[in-house]
Design a protein around this ligand. Structure first.
Ligand code: FNR
Length: 355
């Protein structure tokens, strides 16, 4: 890395790797099984080619968008990730400060700082990621707590009837270090994330869980973990307010498709009925533009945010998000894309396909 310091999310990844304990690094970096899906997410983005459009007279690009009634200055939020205090002692509080007014910060059910502390540090929209546990009272408690703290939406994770087989964690017998706890779950004290997930995740959930969430909260409900058009249609039929195309960063079903791969069929099924978001492997501004061109309204960034947090706390988070936002503006300018709504499939050329 030159004197300029980190200039890309990959630079932050390399720095974070040096800084984190190997078992913590593995917990953050790893995926399920052979990690094929983990690898596929960025690999599919890497295949995208963008068509430049020149002399358009567009001036500076407009990167703002509106999601669930809130203006996001960039179409870039933070994906829910457990235990940010693994990466930095200030945990989600530093992430909230660093995320500033960027898009929504989605806070995990397994956040390691209290919702009230995170809310006090946040200036943009906060959404709660919900795991619907076997003990519905625990889930209800989480939702009520977040609602009281001013959270604006619920993101129900639907791809985790149980925890994926994450071989790195099993081999490391990964345990949470002392002091890293799920700060918003009563009766904590579980030292192994996989152990907790084994006993508390509910494999018998069906689509009626959306109705149940609606019965305990008036917040909009999005579902996270949709990878097929048919599940997207089921989600719409269940009355969701938004859909997040996600394979959990390759941490659940190994050999699930990359998210960008399935985005077009899902966008077709959703047809603008609700906001459509995507996460998994987004590392560059050009990735953001490709996802928007194929029908996403916004994307969420996962691991790169934890890398920024590990390297330099709130400033690292702010810098990583800022770099990707800057790259997006650069890519929009060089492709003659004046506003996000102008990004369509004609912007892309996929190698091997005729024009
Ligand atoms: C996650 N993810 C996740 N998802 C979720 O719904 N609830 C959670 O508690 C967590 N926890 C979590 C921890 C860590 C360390 C990682 C890396 C990921 C998945 C996350 O929301 C998202 O889907 C992916 O991380 C996005 O992919 P990238 O950007 O990391 O490639």
């Amino acid at each position: 890395m030159g004197a300029a310091g980190p200039l890309t999310s990959a630079d932050y990844e390399a720095l974070a790797r040096r800084r984190l304990e190997p078992a913590v690094w593995d917990f953050i970096a790893g995926g399920a099984g052979d990690e094929r899906t983990l690898a596929a997410n960025p690999a599919v983005f890497d295949q995208v080619r963008l068509r430049p459009r020149v002399l358009t007279g567009m001036g500076a690009p407009a990167t703002g968008t509106e999601i669930l009634g809130r203006t996001w200055p960039v179409p870039l939020g933070v994906a829910p990730m457990a235990y940010h205090t693994l990466a930095h002692p200030d945990g989600e509080v530093a992430t909230a400060r660093g995320a500033g007014r960027a898009g929504a910060l989605v806070v995990s059910s397994f956040a390691s700082r209290t919702f009230a502390d995170i809310a006090a540090a946040a200036s943009g929209p906060l959404w709660l990621q919900v795991y619907c546990f076997r003990d519905r009272d625990t889930t209800r408690g989480l939702v009520e707590h977040a609602e009281r703290a001013g959270f604006e939406a619920l993101v129900l994770t639907v791809d985790a009837p149980h925890l994926g087989r994450r071989l790195r964690d099993l081999r490391n017998d990964f345990r949470l270090p002392t002091g890293v706890v799920p700060a918003n779950l009563v009766g904590g004290g579980f030292s192994s994330p996989s152990g907790h997930a084994r006993t508390e995740f509910d494999p018998s959930l069906d689509w009626s869980v959306v109705d149940w969430l609606r019965s305990i909260s008036s917040l909009p409900v999005l579902v996270k973990g949709i990878l097929t058009a048919s599940d997207a249609r089921s989600a719409l039929a269940a009355g969701v307010d938004g859909i997040l195309v996600s394979n959990h960063g390759g941490r659940q079903l190994d050999r699930a498709p990359a998210t960008l791969e399935v985005l077009p069929e899902i966008a077709h099924a959703v047809a603008g009925a609700v906001p459509l978001l995507l996460d998994g492997g987004v590392r560059r501004g050009t990735d953001v533009l490709a996802a928007l061109a194929l029908g996403a309204d916004a994307v969420l960034l996962g691991r790169p945010v934890l890398h920024g947090l590990a390297v330099s706390g709130e400033h690292g988070v702010q810098h990583v998000l800022g770099l990707v936002a800057e790259e997006l503006a650069d890519a929009m300018t060089l492709t003659g894309t004046a506003a996000l709504a102008d990004a369509g499939p004609d912007l892309l050329r996929l190698p091997g396909l005729p024009d």
